[in-house]
Design a protein around this ligand. Structure first.
Ligand code: SF4
Length: 465
């Protein structure tokens, strides 16, 4: 008598209890594969620590069957979700269950990269050479000549390419511990599939790494066949294209030991400046919100970072959020900096108290965002002046001062000198200078040159602004 596996729930609650045992079609391979997994889970004593990640497709309802932890990771993301579960919950046995449309197409890179990293989960891949749930379209695994709703004359290598052999692709990677292709088309094959499932789960139980099992599985409904003909189709057609067998078994090797992660307190990680100062709550400190803007290569992001580092070293709460276009040089660039006496709620700055502008494009983009009472400090050589009622607009010849001080590229440092001279950041000057020096740690020859620019700019701003 055929018994229900103990690893399944008693009832199939998606339908009215007692009306149906499964949502799968008669002759479908999913039911057999489910049973093999459920049995192995119970036999290995891992049911209470197993987390099952279900896919999109006909198997999307796996969580209605398996009596263990369940997470849905549809649309090809099951391997990514399984990665997250294994990392967040080490010691769990994690299963990613995916079909050939889900894993072989939209989710291929997720699965491939997880295999390449050797993530600690078992990936059970069901290959029925077709998109089943959506009505029988060509899948990556569809065989040459096979008719589907989107290849009515048969898959053609020139137009649609060749069937994807996932086991063989993964077998090029270093990390997987176990890779095997099995079939569920007849009793003998099912017995071999049972062994492969058990081995993949033993590898998880023992913490040894990534295991991949591909099942050749019939889909009588979309193949337009009866159950017996579909099973024969697996044996006679699919196994020729997707040969059965074990491609790799390194389960006898010792389990890998990851490098130890240094233990750093959250307080130290989040609160320390570059000289080790921790942020202190100071209700009397007026929060300042800055936007530094220009184009890539002007040192806009570095200027914001120096302010952020100086703020951190001064015991302030701070955030620094860069934003830039795809170009490495010459494209739009800006950063938002918040300096506060309390934890920063959001690092975004839509309405800056102080806007620093180094290009005309940035002026046009951000000048209107400065609220009444705010300050715009801009490079004086911009072709069109900035005019805003109720906003203090300061034209500052940063490029000219930097050039006259001998370092034309240090216009950003000149702006730093002006910000300090005008006390627009509210930070101690010695912390600002230490942060400036530290920003050139990799190029010590530039420290003195930038100090010179800074001093010249500071003096000019004190006298003229
Ligand atoms: S459509 Fe195919 S894969 Fe889906 S449940 Fe039916 S037989 Fe199984």
């Amino acid at each position: 008598m055929i018994k229900k596996a103990k690893g399944f729930y008693e009832t199939f609650d998606r339908k009215e209890p007692g009306t149906r045992a499964t949502h799968y079609c008669p002759g479908c391979g999913h039911g057999i594969i489910h049973k093999l997994i459920a049995e192995a889970m119970v036999e290995l004593g891992i049911q209470d620590r197993t987390v099952f990640v279900s896919p999109v497709g006909c198997a999307a309802f796996c969580f209605h069957y398996f009596d263990c932890g369940n997470v849905a990771g549809p649309h090809g993301r099951a391997s990514a979700v399984a990665t997250g579960v294994t990392r967040a919950l080490p010691g769990k046995v994690v299963i990613s269950y995916q079909g050939d449309g889900d894993l072989g197409a939209i989710g291929f890179n997720n699965a491939f990269q997880a295999a390449n990293r050797g993530e600690h989960f078992a990936c059970f891949f069901v290959n029925n050479s077709i998109y089943a749930m959506t009505g029988g379209q060509m899948a990556p695994t569809t065989m040459l000549g096979q008719r589907t709703t989107t290849t009515p004359f048969g898959r053609d290598a020139v137009k649609e390419g060749y069937p994807l052999k996932v086991c063989e692709v993964l077998n090029q990677l270093e990390a997987p511990v176990f890779i095997e292709r099995v079939s569920v088309s007849d009793t003998k094959s099912i017995m071999q599939a049972k062994k492969a499932v058990r081995k993949a789960l033993e590898i998880q139980r023992d913490g040894k790494g990534y295991a991949f099992v591909e099942f050749l599985s019939p889909c009588p409904t979309n193949w337009r066949m009866d159950a017996v003909t579909a099973a024969n189709f697996v044996t006679e057609q699919m196994e020729k294209v997707f040969p059965l067998g074990n491609l790799r078994d390194r389960s006898a090797d010792p389990a890998p030991v990851p490098n130890a992660i240094p233990q750093i307190s959250v307080e130290r990680l989040m609160g320390a400046g570059h000289d080790g100062a921790s942020a202190q709550t100071d209700a009397g400190f007026k929060e300042r919100r800055f936007k530094f803007s220009g184009f890539g290569g002007q040192g806009v992001l570095s200027l914001g970072l120096v302010i952020a580092e100086a703020a951190g070293a001064s015991g302030r709460f701070v955030s620094w959020l860069p934003s830039y276009g795809p170009e490495q040089r010459g494209g739009y660039a800006s950063c938002s900096v918040v300096v506060s006496g309390k934890e920063v709620g959001s690092p975004t700055v839509d309405t800056p108290d102080v806007l620093v502008v180094m290009s005309q494009q940035a002026a046009e983009k951000f000048a209107s965002t400065v609220p009444q009472g705010g300050v715009v400090l801009h490079e004086a050589s911009l072709p069109r002046p900035i005019a805003r009622d109720g906003v203090r607009v300061l034209a500052f010849p940063a490029s000219k001062i930097a050039a006259e001080a001998g370092t034309p590229k240090a216009a950003n440092t000149a702006l730093l000198g002006a910000l300090t001279a005008l006390d627009l950041h509210g930070l101690p000057e010695e912390k600002v200078l230490l942060a400036l020096d530290a920003s050139f740690a990799a190029k010590p020859a530039l420290v003195d040159r930038n100090r010179k620019v800074y001093q010249a700019a500071y003096a000019w701003a004190k006298e003229n602004l």
